[in-house]
Design a protein around this ligand. Structure first.
Ligand code: LMR
Length: 334
């Protein structure tokens, strides 16, 4: 099946070969896995609107939300082959391509708030990380926010011991794997589009995600409890196929860069509210009980996850972890 998908992607990519400027209009297929009504979904639509406006219609952006075109791993392969031109996968999804450094964003409690995150993404470290994508045939254009992750299950998750033996869906990140192992849980890598059904049928017991993703995928309808943990962050790297991007006429590329800067500001301004609103909607649905941790309970969770920093140091790179912590000026225990 997988071979068939890859073959289909290759054929689609072959059909697209040819000088970019010869196509009229230039089409950018933008594939993503979340609902349109999320920070990323809205950002993709905003980019479409601005890109088409700033290029006077010379560029057409086709947005494919909700894994309608490709699931998590497939979409990265499709981008490398040129079957789609633009994506915004989360930081956690670049490891399987051989870029482990973005997994630093997955370290538990590494970011206290979005303001601190900006220091990293807008600073030299953010630029350095984007450069790593070049060697994989991609150009990194921007960092888009989603927000902080929360835990959910059909069991109350309060103390670290509550996680013991439960199966949790994770994104394809070894840091996330280490995180759930530190809690005595069983992590299972799974595509985002499969999570709802896996929770519903009991293939996994729980998951971690942002409120906006939980709400728009209806995960709260199949999870009795969700705990406000804010233990990790989900953000996105907007990537384009490098060959496609480099082959664009300079004026078009400049217009698209302008559209990207504006779309990035737009989404990073609305992301927090999108998640706050989604939490309110989940509460209102009455389907999931929201659990808030006391300071002591929060500290116990932080402590339980601390071993992850050592466990993944050689994978992510200790110097990178140190640089990240230096930029944020904070440690995970405070
Ligand atoms: C996930 O797989 O849980 C998220 O990365 C989905 C997304 O793109 O927000």
């Amino acid at each position: 099946m997988r071979k068939l998908i890859l073959a289909a992607i290759s054929i689609a990519a072959l059909a697209l070969v040819g000088p970019v400027s010869a196509q009229s209009p230039i089409v950018i297929k933008f594939s993503h896995v979340v609902a349109s009504d999320t920070p990323k979904g809205k950002a993709a639509e905003k980019f479409k609107e601005l890109a088409e406006k700033y290029t006077d219609g010379k560029v057409k952006v086709e947005v494919y939300p909700n894994s309608t075109l490709y699931k998590d791993k497939e979409e990265l392969e499709a981008l490398q082959l040129g079957a789609v031109q633009m994506l915004a996968p989360s930081n956690s999804k670049f490891g399987p391509l051989g870029i482990r450094e973005f997994e630093v964003f997955d370290l538990p409690y590494i970011l206290p708030d979005l303001k601190t995150l900006r220091k990293v993404t807008d600073g030299p470290l953010g630029t350095k990380l984007l450069k790593l994508l070049d060697s994989k045939g991609m150009t990194g254009l921007a960092y888009w926010d989603n927000g902080f992750k929360q835990m959910s299950a059909n069991k109350k998750l309060i103390a670290p011991s509550d996680y013991k033996g439960l199966k949790f869906r994770i994104q394809s990140s070894k840091v996330l794997e280490a995180q759930f192992r530190a809690l005595g849980a069983i992590p299972q890598v799974m595509a985002f589009s499969d999570v709802y059904q896996a929770l519903q049928t009991g293939v996994v017991d729980g998951q971690e995600n942002t409120w906006s993703n939980i709400y728009t995928q209806k995960m709260h309808e199949v999870q009795k409890y969700a705990t406000v943990t804010n233990h990790g962050y989900i953000g996105y790297i907007v990537v384009v196929n490098k060959k496609f991007w480099d082959g664009l006429p300079a004026d078009i590329r400049k217009a698209l860069e302008g559209a990207m800067v504006e779309a990035t500001k737009y989404t990073n301004d609305i992301a927090k509210k999108e998640n706050d609103d989604a939490l309110e909607l989940i509460k209102k649905s009455g389907k999931t009980e929201i659990i808030t941790l006391s300071t002591e309970q929060d500290e116990a969770m932080r402590k339980a996850m601390m071993p992850v920093y050592k466990d993944v140091a050689s994978r992510v790179g200790q110097p990178l972890i140190d640089e990240f912590l230096k930029e944020t000026g904070r440690g995970p225990m405070n």
